[in-house]
Ligand binder design. Structure first.
Ligand code: ADP
Ligand code: VHF
Length: 380
């Protein structure tokens, strides 16, 4: 089991912490970022086994790098000073990844997200679509929190949580958290010399939370507890997590080759099942669309997406990203999922082919009303 989790993963979110990226605050570790970029590029190209993988990098370090650039020795307490430091440091961070990935022949993209972006259904779908488009283009998104616009109450705060939410967002198969320890120990190894290493456990096992202490350095935030909770969150969409030492030579390449490195926290629910459960459990129905017999068959028998051409009517008021039901000609609910178009637009698109969307709406977004990845059809 253990060795196959990363080997079988096709879409991977990698998270690196501030202390690693910035050499515990001494400045961006160019050699380390070059190493990770080389490893990310190898995954994207599929160097190891001929299988290209999609990778998202979640990188911390903006505040630590900004503090260094501003000549600040002590981490400020004021939130606006932290935000200023993050804005300064993010420039260096993005530039460094861009340069190092380009040297490897791989494109990169900067994506800054907030909690509110992922809590809002429409922004969630927009972020998801953009990231999936980037991944499809073979580009590595480099993500950080958009520190400029958030305060303490609505901050992810630590990027472990952000990494897990990104794993949920893109339906990653695995989350790899690179840090300054070899993985999880039974207690903080900086304080307990007798702490034992944990090779593998179930993500979400409450016993893990008792093992984890806070951040070990003055640079990182969160410590192990946020990594344990991130693994639990990632597991909710079916992604397993590995916590490993970021300076382990070729750590990413060796993980996807099946080597057991670091601590593996295994997701208990398979990916597809987890996402579908999330769609059916967590979201309130905002409306519905009725479909003809042909569309109903495509959904129920062929597992296809719902296209507007098969829609005969739209009920209720909903926005892009809301959960809606799909009803057959008899009015029975046959599926539910995330709407790509708001109800007003959906009404215009009924019975229309995607070639007509631009003329009707003035723009084209997705060809589907509900993409099959965002849809639950009972029995499938
Ligand atoms: N049970 C534990 N096992 C390993 N490390 C732990 C544990 N509890 C607390 N830690 C601390 O967590 C630190 C890593 O978290 P953090 O400093 O936030 O790093 P990052 O910037 O990579 O997120 C380690 O250096 C370690 O001192
Ligand atoms: N977004 C901020 C803070 C993120 C942060 O400290 O996270 P981490 O070091 O991973 O615990 C930054 O880039 O500095």
């Amino acid at each position: 089991m253990a060795s196959s989790v990363l080997r079988d993963a096709r879409r991977i979110v990698v998270k690196v912490g501030s202390s690693l990226v910035t050499n515990e605050g001494r400045g961006l570790d160019e050699a380390a970022i070059a190493q990770w970029s080389q490893q990310l590029a190898a995954l994207v190209r599929g160097d190891a086994d001929g299988t290209p993988r999609e990778v998202v990098m979640v990188s911390s370090g903006a505040i630590a790098e900004g503090m260094k650039r501003l000549g600040w020795k002590v981490r400020p307490k004021q939130i606006h000073e932290l935000q200023a430091a993050a804005a300064v440091g993010q420039m260096g961070l993005a530039q460094m990844y861009e340069t190092k990935l380009r040297e490897q022949g791989v494109g990169s993209a900067q994506v800054l997200l907030t909690h509110a972006d992922l809590a809002d259904r429409e922004r969630y779908l927009n972020a998801r679509t953009t990231l999936l488009t980037l991944l499809g283009l073979g580009v590595v998104p480099v993500i950080n929190e958009n520190d400029t616009v958030v305060n303490d109450e609505i901050k992810f705060g630590d990027n472990d949580t952000l990494g897990a939410l990104v794993a949920n967002l893109v339906d990653a198969d695995a989350l790899v958290i690179l840090t300054d320890q070899k993985g999880l120990y039974t207690a903080d190894p900086r304080k307990h010399s007798d702490a034992r290493f944990v090779d593998e456990a179930e993500a979400g096992d409450p016993a893990l939370e008792a093992m984890a202490g806070g951040a070990g350095s003055s640079i990182g935030s969160g410590g192990m507890i946020t990594k344990i909770l991130a693994a639990k969150r990632a597991a909710a969409s079916g992604a397993s997590t590995v916590i490993a030492w970021g300076r382990e030579p070729n750590v990413l390449g060796r993980l996807v080759a099946g080597e057991a490195i670091g601590t593996l926290l295994v997701a208990q629910t398979p990916k597809n099942q987890a996402r579908k459960r999330w769609i059916s459990d967590h979201l309130q129905l905002k409306g519905s669309v009725s479909v003809d017999e042909g569309a109903a068959l495509k959904l129920q028998d062929e597992g296809k997406s719902l296209l507007p051409i098969g829609m005969t009517g739209v009920e209720g008021n909903f926005s892009r990203g809301d959960v809606i039901a799909v009803r057959n000609a008899q009015g029975e609910e046959i599926a539910r999922g995330l709407a790509n178009y708001a109800s007003a637009e959906a009404r215009l698109l009924c019975r229309k082919s995607s070639a007509q969307f631009e003329q009707l709406l003035g723009y084209t977004a997705e060809a589907e009303m509900i993409h099959r990845d965002n849809m639950v059809v009972p029995g499938h």
